[in-house]
Write a protein that binds this ligand. Structure first.
Ligand SMILES: Nc1ncnc2c1ncn2[C@@H]1O[C@H](COP(=O)(O)OP(=O)(O)OP(=O)(O)O)[C@@H](O)[C@H]1O
Length: 271
């Protein structure tokens, strides 16, 4: 367990806490007052129909979107607060930058820097955001490339790699920041089917050999069942079911969860 997670675990401070979180895009209320906590080291999968707000939750945590109402805490630090109970105020930029350093995100579309070689893609943020020395960042990047099975691709450009390889680089890049919290947003959805298993196996390894807190959005139900401590089912901006995978996926209480699982498992292999 890395040191911040250890400290947070000892304090009993959740890694993530949503308190009455509302998100609206214009007239569309996407999140309708969400309340939940994720404990340090916990791996939680978010499932639910398209448009139920899963990606929005991850983007709010990364501060890629602004919250409309409520408070999100990351290791006890609020990303926003209510001023005299009336106006919502976002934390200042330097505070947000500090909070963001604790969080890594891997996106569906890899989002690698196309004009940088693989090694530099991984060292860029540790050097420029964390202020690590180049030597230290390169040593760590090589270690991570080894971990993701791409030690021989350090000098390639992303366009010279397969989608699965690019996604493995993106995973290495997120780990190079030594995050306490990792957000995975449908990381295999853009891959050709034959490349999916490699990436999922790598993530399973990382999940089971580290204590990184993970929030995972995926339609890969077998993967979700294998790696998650908890599954939360969302529908229309509310949590309809929240429990261990054996319960939510094996014996769901709600009709909406049953219908969703039937639809997803009907169109993909149960894994
Ligand atoms: N920037 C935006 N502007 C306007 N509407 C948005 C924006 N981002 C998301 N939405 C809307 O918010 C709703 C929730 O989107 P979100 O991407 O969080 O859903 P999701 O559960 O992740 O869906 P999927 O499984 O299809 O990725 C959708 O109706 C979407 O169209």
């Amino acid at each position: 367990m890395n040191s911040s997670n250890e400290t947070a675990a000892k304090n009993g401070t959740p890694a993530v806490r949503f308190e009455n979180v509302v998100k609206r895009f214009g007239d569309l209320e996407v999140l309708k007052g969400l309340n939940f906590s994720v404990q340090p080291g916990e791996r939680v999968t978010l499932i639910g129909p398209s448009g139920s707000g899963k990606t929005t939750i991850l983007r709010l945590l990364m501060t890629l979107e602004k919250i409309t109402d409520g408070v999100i805490y990351v290791e006890g630090e609020p990303l926003s607060h209510m001023k005299r109970g009336e106006k919502l105020v976002t934390a200042n930029e330097s505070h947000l930058r500090e909070v963001r350093k604790k969080i890594g995100m891997v996106f569906q579309q890899f989002n690698l820097f196309p004009n940088m070689k693989v090694l530099r893609n991984i060292t860029e943020a540790p050097v420029h955001t964390l202020g690590k020395s180049k030597d230290e960042a390169v040593a760590k990047a090589k270690e991570l490339l080894d971990l993701v099975g791409l030690a021989d691709k350090a000098d390639n450009y992303p366009s010279q790699l397969s989608g699965g390889q690019q996604q493995r680089v993106a995973i290495a890049r997120s780990l190079a920041m030594n995050p306490d919290i990792l957000l995975l947003d449908e990381v295999t959805s853009a891959l050709d089917p034959e490349l999916v298993a490699d990436v999922l196996d790598l993530l399973k390894d990382i999940a089971t050999t580290t204590d990184i807190t993970m929030l995972i959005v995926t339609h890969e139900m077998g993967f979700a069942r294998d790696v998650s401590h908890r599954v939360m089912m969302f529908d229309q901006g509310v949590i309809v079911e929240d429990g261990p995978p054996s319960q939510v996926m094996g014996d769901p209480e709600h009709e909406r969860t049953r219908a969703f699982l039937k639809a997803v498992l009907g169109e993909s292999k149960p894994g």
